[in-house]
Design a binder for this molecule. Sequence first.
Ligand SMILES: *Cc1c(COP(=O)(O)O)cnc(C)c1O
Length: 398
Amino acid sequence: MNPAIAQSTLTEQICAAIRSVVGSGPVPLHEPRFAGNEWVYLKECLDSSYVSSVGKFVDRFEADLAAFTGAKHVVAVVNGTAALQVALGLAGVQRQDEVLIPALTFVATANAVVYCGAIPHFVDSEERTLGLDPHVLRDYLRSSTDIRGGQCINRQSGRVIRALVPMHTFGHPVDIEGVLGVARDFHLNLVEDAAESLGSTIQGRHTGTFGLMGTLSFNGNKTITTGGGGALLTGNSELARHAKHLTTTAKVPHRWEYVHDEIGYNYRLPNINAALGCAQLEQLSGLLEAKRRIFGSYQTAFARVPHVHMVEEPYGCRSNYWLQTLLLDESVEGQRDAVLTATNDQGLMTRPAWTLLHRLTAYRTCPKMALPVAESLERRLINLPSSAHLGAEQSRPS
Ligand SMILES: *Cc1c(COP(=O)(O)O)cnc(C)c1O
């Protein structure tokens, strides 16, 4: 067979499969939709003049998130990166510590580690979940660290490896049971980066509630948005109290005195953003159903295309299907760029995986294990248009 013909055929088949799901015209990767009480609640903020750091929507958003996720405590903050930074600090991450994070994640995970003065240490992923692989991590830590005085010491750098941060990639839950075992056996504090996985559960339990703390993001491209925003989840009331204190400038409550008892941050979520969040959260279950339907449509469409498959939620888990993910077989991975070019040329916004973090200039010298699976995924992964309203619009008569 002529390889040039084969290539154009696969690319064309992929474009056609995407079109059959999303319809005609330009289609973004992920767009928010404001179809509920957003205008009502925003108007309430403006009419009451409570737009900033005080107001009832912040409390309500935290309570609604706690109810939805089952987390005992929720602290709303300005964005997901800030949530991670504060969570890591509260997990005891100090200057010159190392923190284990996947190489295949958004750059914010590593940035938050550096904001604490610590050093990211990159871990490989598994293809089944796209998340951190606890089995290879266990073998790696066994051969490269010592446990001394209840701390995990990197034999090569001499530094303490303080924490482990799994990330639920594109909404697919990580193998949390394996991760919890590694954290326990190697004395690592577990902070879950659940920025992408609002609505994703493992055996019915919400992602972000398994570790010491978990963090969410409500950036404009996430499943629900507050414009910008994030949250910290924890079952520990002392950590929750401290997180709230730290993110509100560490001000000691008083009728007029300005006393701040440590160096805090101005990381509180403004009321106007929380208002948006309350309205979005009311629509979350519908959004999750729509995204699951879109996954089903893509899976049907791609069943007929050879050498590719859709990433499906891991066994025993429910994924929020935040970003739909197509994986090319190794035999056709060389065609990834042709697929990206062809789809984007015709207005279908597709994206490759993030550049693996150990390749970014700032992180090139950080410690890492062998990363063969993350590197393979990076070569083969394509995110497809994933907005929740795609499915609905397609089925609407035009
Ligand atoms: C979006 C995201 C974040 C950061 O959230 P922001 O609200 O944009 O700061 C962190 N980690 C991952 C994996 C993300 O996808």
